[in-house]
Design a binder for this molecule. Structure first.
Ligand SMILES: *Cc1c(COP(=O)(O)O)cnc(C)c1O
Length: 396
């Protein structure tokens, strides 16, 4: 980051100020540069730009000023040296694999990651000779014993979706260092407002900007953050193969970052209150939220997160039909698999987000038929509680 005066600035200042480069127009708000290419002042300058000997833009598949502001800002917030923006969260994960893995390499991945991430690793990376082992997120011994001489990458999300298991990032970073592999943390659920994996020893942080970075469900995007020497090859893949972020989306995410901390605190406060409310209802069998003191990851989450985040899940007493009756009765909460939105969303994981798991896999990972996930938004808490009461009324 070039802004020296922001070197020891706090998170909110960085979220609002990092990465700004004003043009000669003196605009206050960051502009959107909707241009595919750039003109050069002379043939010599064009030659120097193409050769990489002169800084500046050539083509928006490589660099774009609006995308650069977002990259610099998310890098500053995560405490990383550099970031590369991508067209989606999945493109961020794919680009990381394509840049840092080759045939014969091995990935150790948490069992509890975004389903499409598992599909990318097992169906597509395996096609190119990259092997994958899936391990339980919180079992350090299992991570250790899954490591092979060819292991190059360890991949996880914490808190996990939908059961909010918490991984010990520092302990896993130690295992990664000892085995010479990269620890990659998908920080989608916490965002840098609540958790900064690089400071705990992770090598790369992945984002689906689609979720909380925008926070209002408007567009798709992703990012990878880390050291220059790790980001540069990923940028090389993106500029060659084209999963680049559009300038409009970059602008949405840049403006989203400005309110990120305020939103994450509000999501977390609403979620904690709803978790306590659900915990007190006799129709509820169990609540999964790391903010509850009886959650197995509670102490660890207190140590490595600033707050507990916006996603919780709970089991209603009964079977699938009870969970479906509950979901069909709420009126405010949106029935959608997406999360990280001002609007609260509700979903039945066993038949949607985790529907492709076998019955045994669901059983092993705790995705029971009576489980409901809520990604708590920013509506009035009283209204959200009333909405849950509609669900409870439908159970009786
Ligand atoms: C949504 C999501 C992704 C994928 O992001 P897209 O922007 O949809 O491609 C990756 N990881 C997590 C944790 C997600 O929730």
């Amino acid at each position: 980051m070039s802004d020296d005066f922001l070197e020891d600035a706090g998170l909110d200042t960085l979220a609002i100020r990092a990465g700004i480069r004003r043009t000669h127009e003196g605009e206050h708000c960051e502009p959107i540069f909707t241009t595919s290419s750039y003109v050069f002042s002379s043939a010599a300058e064009a030659a120097a730009r193409f050769a990489g000997n002169s800084p500046g833009n050539v083509y928006s598949r490589y660099t774009n000023p609006s995308v650069r502001v977002f990259q610099d800002r998310i890098a500053a917030l995560e405490g990383g040296e550099a970031a590369v923006a991508t067209a989606s969260g999945m493109a961020a994960i794919l680009s990381t694999c394509m840049a840092h893995l080759q045939s014969g390499d091995h990935i150790v991945c948490s069992r509890s990651v975004f389903g499409t991430t598992t599909v990318l690793f097992t169906r597509y990376m395996e096609k190119f000779g990259v092997n994958v082992s899936l391990v339980p997120l919180t079992d350090l011994a299992a991570w250790r014993s899954a490591i092979r001489p060819t292991t190059k990458l360890m991949f996880l999300e914490t808190p996990s979706n939908p059961l909010c298991d918490i991984a010990d990032i520092a302990a896993l970073a130690q295992i990664a260092r000892e085995s010479g592999s990269l620890l990659v943390v998908d920080n989608c659920f916490c965002t840098p407002a609540l958790q900064r994996p690089l400071a705990m020893g992770a090598d790369l942080v992945i984002h689906s900007a689609t979720k909380y970075l925008d926070g209002q469900g408007r567009c798709l995007g992703g990012a990878v953050v880390g050291r220059f020497d790790l980001i540069d090859p990923i940028l090389g893949f993106v500029r060659t193969c084209g999963p680049s972020m559009s300038p409009f989306n970059a602008w949405i995410f840049t403006k989203g970052l400005e309110t990120l901390r305020l939103r994450m605190d509000a999501h977390s406060a609403n979620a904690l209150a709803l978790a306590h409310y659900l915990d007190g209802r006799e129709e509820v069998e169990k609540v999964f939220y790391a903010g509850l003191s009886d959650h197995p990851g509670h102490e660890l989450a207190r140590k490595q997160q600033r707050a507990f985040g916006g996603v919780l899940s709970f089991r209603v007493k009964g079977d699938k039909s009870a969970a479906w009756r509950f979901i069909d009765a709420v009126k405010i909460m949106s029935l959608t698999a997406n999360l990280g939105d001002t609007k609260t969303t509700i979903v039945h994981p066993a038949t949607t987000t985790h529907g492709r798991l076998s019955a045994e896999e669901k059983q092993a990972s705790g995705i029971t038929e009576n489980l409901i996930r809520v990604a708590v938004g920013l509506e009035d808490l009283d209204d959200l509680m009333k909405d849950l009461q509609r669900g409870f009324a439908a159970l009786g």
